[in-house]
Design a protein around this ligand. Structure first.
Ligand SMILES: [Zn+2]
Length: 242
């Protein structure tokens, strides 16, 4: 069989031959018999011909050099294309691998910590007609049931719910305009501080307080005091409450 010159191989055929190579480093191996690149032991469509080389060497030294020079020139862009393509594929597979391990981690986390993903019970709302005392009690129960929840998250849930409240007159406004401004640092943003501010506005009304105070005065004046000293002391205590 006569030697087929490099010129006869199109880019597609060369690319196919190169892709089919198991070890890409072998692309420029030369045949000891015909002295041509072994990669070209194929037909011109890129189909490899296996078996011992049966080509007679009809080429001169100069011909061989020319063939090799042309071969290298034609192979260069193919090898570059292959390297670039591999890098792109590598990047893609790295990304896919990253996504896969993220997915695995999420699934694994879900299995290992099912409790953390259970949505905590919704914070109780302060309904129409409900006394602050009752609301405080329901918050207490909710806190007890959500012990694992961080304080900041509890605070946030409660304050968000209060901000949206439409049942208690002036509440949303009080929270938005007063409470939020008052509890302006992380340290102050606790359920306790929040409840204290609610107490200030929605605890006993001034009238209720006065009624209670009057009752105490009446009781006080009817009570017999053993000494003047005791009377004064009791009076002092009462005054301090006003
Ligand atoms: Zn050969």
């Amino acid at each position: 069989m006569a030697t087929i010159g490099v010129e006869s191989f199109g880019d597609d055929a060369l690319r196919k031959l190169y892709l089919d190579l198991v070890r890409k480093d072998d692309w420029d191996d030369d045949c000891e018999l015909c002295r041509m690149p072994t990669l070209l032991h194929s037909d011109t469509t890129g189909k490899r011909i296996h078996g011992a080389c049966t080509r007679r060497t009809e080429l001169t030294e100069a011909d061989i050099l020319n063939e090799w020079s042309l071969f290298r020139k034609k192979m260069k862009p193919i090898r570059n294309w292959y390297t670039d393509d591999m890098e792109k594929k590598q990047t893609k597979s790295d990304i896919l691998e990253g996504l896969q391990s993220m997915t695995d981690a999420i699934i694994k986390g879900t299995k290992e910590r099912p409790n953390k993903l259970v949505k905590p019970a919704k914070v109780p709302s302060w309904c129409k007609g409900m006394k602050l005392q009752a609301y405080k009690k329901s918050i207490e129960v909710w806190m007890e049931n959500n012990k694992d929840m961080p304080e900041a998250a509890k605070y946030q849930d409660i304050i968000e719910s209060l901000k949206m409240n439409k049942d208690i007159e002036g509440l949303a406004k009080y929270i938005g305009e007063h409470v939020v401004g008052k509890l302006d640092t992380i340290e102050k943003q606790t359920v306790k501080e929040l409840i204290e501010l609610l107490d200030r506005k929605y605890g006993r009304t001034r009238l209720e307080e006065l009624e209670e105070l009057m009752e105490d005065w009446i009781k006080f004046n009817f009570n017999e005091h053993e000494s003047e000293e005791e009377y004064l002391l009791a009076q002092e205590k009462l005054i301090a409450r006003q």
